[in-house]
Design a protein around this ligand. Sequence first.
Ligand code: MV4
Length: 515
Amino acid sequence: MRTIRKILIANRGEIALRIIRACRELGIESVGVYSDADRGAPHVLAANEAYRLGPAPSVDSYLRGDLVLKIAAESGADALHPGYGFLSENAAFAEACESAGVKFIGPPASAMRALGSKTRARQAADAVQMPRVPGSTTGLASLDEAMLVAAEIGYPVMLKAAAGGGGKGMRAVLSPDEMESAYHGARGEAERAFGSGEVYLEKLIQRPRHVEIQVLADEHGNCIHLGERDCSVQRRHQKVIEEAPSPVVSEQLRQRMGAAAVRLAKSAGYANAGTVEFLLESGADGTPGNFYFLEMNTRLQVEHPVTELITGLDLVHLQIAIARGEPLPIRQEAVTLRGHAIECRIYAEDHENGFMPSPGKITRLLQAGGPGIREDSGIYEGWTVPMDYDPMLSKLIAYAPTRTLAIARLRRALEEYAIGGIRTNLGLFRRILDDPDFQEGRLDTNYLDRLLAENHGGAASAPPPEPRPPNDRIAAIAAGIFRKLGVSSQNCASTNTQATTSAWKQAGRREGLRS
Ligand code: MV4
């Protein structure tokens, strides 16, 4: 067993805060790190102590593994949690931590390397009879080979970068005449983005769902899975809504996917929390078809709370227990899924104007609460959202006995939630949750693009939309402003046709009562 008394959190925002909270619950000291843009960030205020890394850009701060390890030594941290992004999937950094005598709370570097290359991961999948998308398991040597392999598996196909992830260096190829430019395009993009131009081919799966299995492995060879998350609602490889369980995965399918994920993790010598991603084919009549291994993410994911809510487990507590060398405290048979959880990723971006990032000062913040609502946030009223990082502000998560009730709770919470001073995608969630296809669980990875193309703006290439007629939101915002100014807002208020009263409107009422 290893002693962990003090953990350095090598991250920022909501995930740093999430990990600091777990430390507090476990009686562990927390060490925060920050860039110049994050001097007053919530994670800096919450940590027991905090140290400056450097200037705002990530390459000068949160990506500086050498500085992070210097601070670990200085502060006497005996372990390090990398969160997600930044250094979390950097095998060389995990190794450097171990050399410095700082326990890296994540998998061993060897497992990160084994799964980091997609061609190697596909070979690993074959070795454990894990179904994977048909195609090559080694890099393509030439355009000629690409043509041959594509003819073998049959068009349409997809070119992918072996070092890739998140859609970079990826090209759909619908017919042989498209191959030449796609091949060179994908190679060049992969070379520039990852320093490796290795590409391989897969059969293109049309309109799949993105379903992933959460796994947990200890350092004694035990491994379990915690069911799936459905992350099909995404835009440009950026997840927008995640839920657990998937509305279409049966107990039998869950057990097959879960068992395959556990086999893969065990074969790679995996330890700690990880996620195995699958494409789930849509069969006829909305029932799922085959599932195919896509890749393994060797970190705690943004969307881990939905799994926590339906399993009743705390994944960060478990990560720390595993890092201490403890055996998994639960057996697979004891894992039970209960209820339904849905998460919205709230971003500082203008979804009505090409999804432009919208950093800036948060002048007003009305947070949601009440039964079945969890908010993992990295903001406060008065905080200036820096433009240097991913613009995710918070995660709003609803939990209820059924999917229908979880949707109702989320819609109610979104009515309570208001962020002033910057643009956010809150309005987008109201739209998605009102959509019959979402409500019926008719989802695939093209779902959001379809919804955004439907009527008013949102598509990245589309020009800004014409001003829309006043709706309840605009009226409610105006009501708040007018009340603050002491002007009558009767006309605006009368356009509110919804049964619920929005957060802004209530804020306006409170302001009115005060004066
Ligand atoms: C695919 C695919 C269809 N067929 N592979 C996108 C990110 C990368 N991790 C894998 N991705 C895809 N791979 C084959 N053979 C469709 C996607 C895909 C996708 C996957 C998961 C979540 C969202 C997506 C959005 C578009 C395309």
